[in-house]
Design a binder for this molecule. Sequence first.
Ligand code: ADP
Ligand code: G6P
Length: 471
Amino acid sequence: MRQSSLVVVANRLPLDDNAARDGACEWRRSPGGLASALRSILEQTPATWVGWGGGIGPARQLPDVGPLRLRPVALTADELQGYYEGFANSTLWPLYHDAVEPPVFDRGWWETYRAVNRRFAEAAAESAEPGAAVWVQDYHLQLVPQLLRELRPDLLIGFFLHVPFPPPELFMQLPRRTELLRGMLGADLVGFQRPQAAHNVAQLAAKLLGTQGADDAILLDGRVVRTGAFPVSIDVPEMTALAAQPSVRSHAHQLRQDLGPHKRVVLSVDRLDYTKGIEHRLTAYSELLRDGRIKVRDVVMVQVAVPSRERVENYRGLRDRIEREVGRINGEYGRVGEPAIHYLNQPFDRADLAALYQTADVMVVTPLRDGMNLVAKEYVAARAEDTGALVLSEFAGAAAELEDAFQVNPHDVDGLKETLLRALDADPADLARRMHAMREHITEHDIHAWAGDYLTSLDHSGGLARVLPRP
Ligand code: ADP
Ligand code: G6P
C-alpha cells in the first residue's frame, strides 16, 4: 500500500465508476460544492483521496490522476441505504439545514453509519504515512476523526464541515448527539464555514461532554481541539479564464439569441434540493408574471436543477412538485415559442455553466439555508466586465462575504419579488460597483487561500501548505 503525507477523506471521489469503465481515467465533476472545491486543489497535489466511487459492490482500483492517488471505499446496497441515503441525507442533512424538511430518526441507520465511518477511517489509516495529515470532510464522516485517532495516534487530523452546523436546540434532537459530537472532536482542528458554528459546538461540548474552553479551542480528554471558520471558495482564475474563452463567449451569445436577444435573462443553478428554495423562487416569479410586473416578452427565466439524491423520498417529491409548477407557469404565462421558464434537469460541463453565467442579467441564488453556495461565487467570477446582478439569500454562507449582492430573505416571498424587481431595474453603474467589489473579495479569498489557511492552521510548521500547488 502506497502512503501519502496528505490524505483527504470525503464521502465522494471526484471520479465515478462510469467514467472509468473503459479503463480511461478522466475527471468527472460531480455537481456539488465539496467536489468542486477539492478537485481544484487536489488534482495537482501529491496526496491520496479516500472516497466512495458512486457504485455498489466491490471497489475497483482506480488509476492515479496526476500526482493524486484515488483510494476507493466500497459500499453495499444496504450500506448505501442506511449510511448515505439514510443517516447522512435523511437525518443529518435536513437537521443541519434548519430542519426545512423534517429529519428522519431511524434507529437502524446509526449502526450502518458507524460501520461505514469505521471503514473510511481504516482506509485513511492505511493510506497515511507516519506523522501524515488526514483531512476529513463533511457530515457523512463525522465519526472518522475519533476512530482514526484510536487507530493512528501519530496523525495530524483535520475535519471540515461544508454544511452549516445547527443551533444547539436542533442538534440536541439527535438521538446520537453525544457520539457525533465526540467523533468530530477527535480532530486537532475542526473547521466550519461560519464563526457561529464554532460557537454552537463550544456550547454543545460544554453541555454534553462537560468540556471547558472557548469558541476557538475546546479542552477534551486532556487534548486541545481547535475550531474556527474557514469559508470555502472557488478557483477564481479558472472560472474567469473559462468565461473569457472565445468558444464560451460565442456559446453565451448563441444562448442569448435563443432565449430572445432583447430579453433580460434571470438564471438559477442548483442541485435539485429542498434547501435551495426553488419552490419559493418559482412562487415569486409566477406572482410577478400574474401581477403583470414582468412580462414574458421582456424577461425569461432559466432554472437549471441538476438531479441529486434521487432515491431519497424527499427529493423525488420535490422534483415532482417543481416540474408540476414549471408546467403550470409555462401553461399560464408562456406563449408559442416563448416559455416563461426554461427548466433544465441535467448536468452541464464547466464551459456550459460559464456560458450560462455569462448570459444571465440577474443570477438568483436563494437557498433557505446553505453552508456556503459556490454557484454565487462562480457567477461573480464569470462577470469580468462588472455587469449583472446577484440576488443572494441571507441564509447562504456566501452572504457574509458578498455584501454587495442584493440580499434577500427567501422565506419572504413579497420581499423576494421586490428584490428581483430591484435587481432587474438597477442602474448599470450601481451594478458595476457591486460586482467589482464582490470580485475583488473572491479573488483574494479563493480556493487556494482557503486550503492554504486551513492547512497552515492545522500544521503550524507550514509544511503541509507547501504541498499544495502554487495558485
Ligand atoms: P451544493 O454544494 O449544495 O451543491 P454549491 O452551490 O456550493 O451547492 O455547489 C454546487 C456546485 O455544483 C457548483 O460548483 C456548481 O457549478 C455545480 N453545479 C451545479 N449545477 C450543476 C449542473 N447542472 N451541472 C454541473 N455542475 C453543476
Ligand atoms: C453538498 C455536500 C457535499 C456533497 C454535495 C453533493 O455540497 O456538502 O458533501 O458531496 O452536496 O451531494 P451528493 O450527495 O451528490 O454527494
